[in-house]
Write a protein that binds this ligand. Structure first.
Ligand code: BG6
Length: 329
């Protein structure tokens, strides 16, 4: 996936000076521009400007933590299958736009001078991207906005995504949107995975016309297709990979809902950009704002943040208390 080096495109000096390798601009699959972030301890991440799309997140052993399909098509207008597509301004088919909105198949630009964050990012491995509507976009969604996405690796290797969306309409109109970080986690075997933090919650079942149900049982496990939108979820969700002895912890802000998706065998076969058996090695858990859309008046800004960490789990030996994972900091 690595390729020819590009000039740093005048990106803010703060995150490139001193360590040339913290942020590298280069070309990825099909010559698409990408940004590689590296932390001194060996963790890394990759972001494509196409889609503002994170396609890789590796731990300090170089192990890939996100799933990207071997059949992913890195070519517009198809969104990249895997990694972290951004669903904006519409989640799924909940509106008149194309499925999951258009942010995931637009070319973002590097934001060289983003408005400052209240708390500065504590590492040099970050990049700021910006999406604004084109003339064509305004025809299908007639609103001016600035969507700023910061992708950062913490010194410890956590992957942090912060979205700031501002209404820049000059016609006095508010707009509403739904949103998701459509994260594809890489797992060893889906049948050995459990999700903690969503049990007993209400969800809308996408497989049953979004009818509302209440989750029963101790934890979410997987033995068939699942496509659910959990509502009013906690700020922490854990994904336990029994076989890998790894737990992903997702922390989120501004994103009350969480989608859990696995296409299973039949749907996998029907997707051109997804291998027939790949459903066994992925799980989407998506921090989202879906049930209640976000409304912004002109000049208002919304912030939605997702932080991912991957920690060794001792679930296998029966020591892991999921409540500790969810409540610990
Ligand atoms: C999930 C949806 O978020 O994304 C599913 O809940 C959908 O219904 C899946 O099938 C994949 O969507 P797409 O457009 O990337 O194939």
């Amino acid at each position: 996936m690595s390729g020819e080096k590009l000039p740093p495109q005048g990106v803010a000096a703060a995150n490139t000076s001193g360590s040339a390798s913290a942020v590298e601009f280069c070309k990825g699959v099909n010559g698409l521009e990408k940004v590689v972030l590296r932390e001194p301890r060996g963790t890394s991440a990759e972001v494509y400007l196409y889609g503002g799309h994170v396609t890789s997140w590796k731990n300090d052993h170089g192990e890939e933590l996100l799933f990207v399909s071997s059949k992913a098509i890195f070519k517009p207008p198809k969104a990249i299958r895997g990694g972290i597509p951004i669903c904006f301004p519409q989640f799924g088919g909940l509106g008149s736009l194309e499925q999951h909105g258009f942010a995931r198949n637009r070319f973002w630009i590097v934001d060289t001078d983003p408005p400052p964050f209240p708390v500065p990012t504590s590492s040099r491995a970050y990049v700021d991207l910006l999406l604004k509507p084109s003339e064509e976009d305004l025809k299908i969604w007639p609103h001016s906005y600035e969507f700023r996405l910061r992708v950062a690796l913490s010194p410890g290797g956590d992957l942090m995504l912060t979205s700031r969306i501002r209404n820049t309409n000059t016609d006095g109109k508010a707009f509403s949107f739904t949103f998701a970080y459509h994260t594809y986690f890489s797992v060893s075997d889906i049948s050995e995975v459990r999700v903690e933090g969503l049990e007993t919650l209400d969800y809308l079942d996408n497989l049953q016309n979004r009818e509302r149900f209440t989750e029963q049982g101790d934890a979410i496990t997987f033995e068939s297709e699942v496509d659910k939108i959990y509502l009013s979820t906690p700020t922490k969700i854990a994904i336990l990979d029994h076989e890998k002895k790894r737990t992903f912890v997702m922390r989120k802000e501004g994103l009350p809902d969480a989608v859990v998706w696995n296409p299973w065998d039949k749907k996998a076969k029907a997707m051109a950009d997804f291998g027939d058996d790949e459903y066994k090695h992925m799980l989407c858990v998506e921090a989202a704002a879906i049930e209640k859309s976000i409304t912004l008046k002109p000049g208002e800004e919304w912030k939605g943040r997702q932080e991912l960490s991957a920690v060794p789990s001792s679930y296998c030996s029966g020591q892991l208390d999921p409540h500790k994972v969810l409540q610990g900091s």
